[in-house]
Design a protein around this ligand. Structure first.
Ligand code: ATP
Ligand code: MG
Length: 388
């Protein structure tokens, strides 16, 4: 250590003035004889005073007599430790309580010295080693925490991959089964009639669309996670037209549900990313269908609204499904979050609404949800008609 560098502060907690003087002298002598880290000793007699000084935060090491007027034995050690868990402690003990000092070391003290036998050089080295060991320990704990976090992130990624491959495998298996069925019937000389063929091919196309949507959601999520922007492809589009198209598409996926649209007579045009907004509505509609397992009506309503000096296009998707329990409601836009009433019962990745919200926000809009368990859910998307 270079000469003239600042001495470190050592806090000596010792009620016996004669012992304190001896320690001072021994340490001064040793520092005069030995180069290296120097210490400035701050001396207090009571635990309470020590606690006040430790709160200051610049003490490098504590030299602690275990029997003080206001605290005795291991309790003294425990209280200092609790007050300053990262500061190394060297315990001072009398000959008669050496066993207690040993126990303090077992509980985390860096070292102990027996009073009356303290040699200055031993004391000085003990303080220096105590600090070095405490630093090494802090570093070890930091590295351990880093490793644990890295392992948790890897595990989380594996879980996500497992969920996603599961969610892709199911529709893929259905597509394959449909194609094989058609193929068998062709080779068996029992070709399907045009109606059956149309129905099967329609199913294949719809299922593939669904898979493509999940993959697009994944790509957007990965972009956002990597800190990249969504890079919206903005162009003037008419929401009335978009709503009509997406609703017809999703209606074809369910016979149990009636999808009703309420749209203005005129076009609702804004500068938007058409593919992304299609996915917003498709995700909301797919949810409305999926989470209304006993069928029912789903209403998609589009209207103009003027608020806060801005003209908004407001898109509402309302279903009569299972609803979302109140305690889950604040979380449903979080990545991979699924409400407690659907886990196990209805398959899903928990990605859709996360991406929906990101897309809407990137358009300068907002999305809100209202829901009642067992009664139904309404999602409301607001998009600014003129971008600021
Ligand atoms: P996916 O990523 O395949 O869409 P998901 O549907 O589970 O999976 P999100 O669309 O993000 O994921 O929805 C998150 C959760 O919000 C759902 O798991 C469900 O609990 C709840 N939820 C969303 N929409 C509705 C709805 N219309 N009715 C009831 N619950 C809903
Ligand atoms: Mg969904």
């Amino acid at each position: 250590m270079p000469l003239g560098s600042m001495p470190l502060k050592a806090l000596l907690i010792e009620d016996n003035p004669a012992d304190a003087d001896l320690i001072h002298e021994a340490l001064d002598e040793a520092m005069a004889a030995l180069e290296g880290t120097r210490f400035e000793v701050l001396h207090v007699r009571r635990l309470a005073e020590a606690e006040a000084l430790l709160a200051g935060g610049d003490i490098a090491v504590v030299l602690l007599d275990l029997s003080l007027p206001d605290s005795q034995g291991l309790d003294t050690f425990a209280r200092i430790r609790e007050r300053a868990p990262d500061i190394p402690i060297v315990v001072l003990s009398g000959l008669q309580d050496e066993m207690m000092a040993v126990r303090a070391v077992r509980e985390g003290a860096q070292d102990y010295l027996v009073k009356g036998q303290v040699d200055g050089l031993v004391l000085l080295r003990s303080l220096r080693y105590a600090i070095a060991r405490a630093h090494a320990e802090t570093e070890r704990v930091r590295l351990l925490r880093q490793r644990t976090e890295a392992e948790a992130a890897l595990r989380a990624r594996d879980e996500v991959l497992a969920t996603i491959s599961h969610d892709l495998k199911n529709p893929l298996a259905s597509i394959k089964a449909s194609a094989q069925l058609l193929q068998r019937r062709m080779t068996n000389g029992q070709p399907p009639d045009p109606a059956q063929l149309t129905e099967r091919l329609g199913f294949i196309a719809r299922t593939a669309t669904q898979m493509a949507r999940l993959l697009d959601d994944l790509v957007d999520t990965a972009r956002l996670e990597a800190g990249r922007d969504l890079a919206l492809q903005l162009a003037p589009i008419d929401l009335v037209d978009l709503v009509t198209r997406v609703v017809a598409d999703l209606q074809s996926t369910s016979e149990q549900h009636v999808l009703r649209t309420e749209v203005p007579a005129q076009a609702v045009v804004g500068e938007w990313d058409a593919a992304r907004l299609e996915r917003v509505l498709a995700n909301l509609l797919a949810n409305a269908i999926k989470y209304s397992p006993s069928g029912g009506q789903i209403v998609v309503r589009l209207r103009h609204e003027a608020a806060d000096d801005t003209a908004w296009a407001v898109l509402e998707v309302r279903d009569e499904g299972i609803g979302i329990p109140p305690h889950d409601l604040p979380h449903i836009f979080e990545r991979f979050y699924r409400a407690s009433n659907v886990v196990e019962a209805i398959p899903g990745t928990g990605l859709g609404l996360f991406v929906v919200r990101q897309i809407v926000v990137h358009h300068g809009g907002t999305i809100t949800v209202e829901s009642e368990s067992g009664r139904g859910t309404t999602f409301t998307v607001r998009l600014p008609l003129a971008r600021p």
